[in-house]
Design a binder for this molecule. Sequence first.
Ligand code: BTN
Length: 325
Amino acid sequence: MKTKILKQLSEQDSYISGQELCDQFGVSRTAIWKVMNQLKEEGYIIESVPNKGYHLVSKPDILSKNEIESGLDTKWAGRKLYYFDETGSTNDDVKRFAEEGDPHGTLVVADKQNAGRGRRGRTWVSEKGDNVYFSIALKPDMSPNNASMLTLVMALAVTKAIREETELEALIKWPNDIVVNHKKVCGMLTEMTMELDYIHEVVIGVGININQTSFPEEIQQNASSLYVEGGKKIMRSALLQKVMRFFEQYYEQFMETQDLSKLIPEYNQLLVNLDTGVKVLDPKGEYEGVARGVDEQGQLLVEKDGEIIKVYAGEVSVRGFYGYV
Ligand code: BTN
């Protein structure tokens, strides 16, 4: 009931009468009044006027199960939702829930992680209050070889959501990062559990630096947040709802062919590396070339001495000639 009331309050500019809500939910006026008080305690500014009803005047940046659910317009992405004020790692949580039987699209969101993991065994510092850390579990019926492409699908969704929710020109740094003004604002960690030749689940974990204002020294040079870059505070739940909407849409397009063929034009348009010089940090030997976009398998096409080399994400990192991008 609380989520539904919140949804109605958020969608309506005028007053909703208490009686109307009572009739709708078949509860007493006191029950409605209690829900309103709970919402006020959570930080929502709600005006109540006798004979008129309730009106949501404003809401601060609230990350909660109710707030996320009240504005989620997806069919399956995030429909099963867990929210934690604090956890170890949302990747670990969602993996466990999916193994225990939770459905495709289950989402775990946290305000703080105590054991956030980054790529290559690094830690992902996950302080509370400013950012969002989430992981979605997918159970696609496809070959494990195709799973890494799902990271690119998520990257596209996050980039589009940032662009829609803010005025920032977010771009994708192939394959796992999102950048704004050449600084990293988001990282992703995709993990897969498989048995023989089929996928149990693929987990995509995403950390977006949203309203954070200071960064540890080691990452200061290349890291930023949407707030630092745009100067405007961002509603974390609203951004997350958009990520889920875009992700569901792109995922369905992806699954039609189980490759990126339908998404390539849009992806390449948002690729920060497109037609720029890149340094490919291949464990077998570093080389330089010009990035020409991705192919339908999600490999980066790098032109070197007139030839195209297909770079597979797995072991390789890509840098700009003079720095991170
Ligand atoms: C990277 O850029 O190194 C990847 C960072 C991935 C961080 C996210 S935050 C949510 C999810 N849970 C984790 O422990 N890691 C991912």
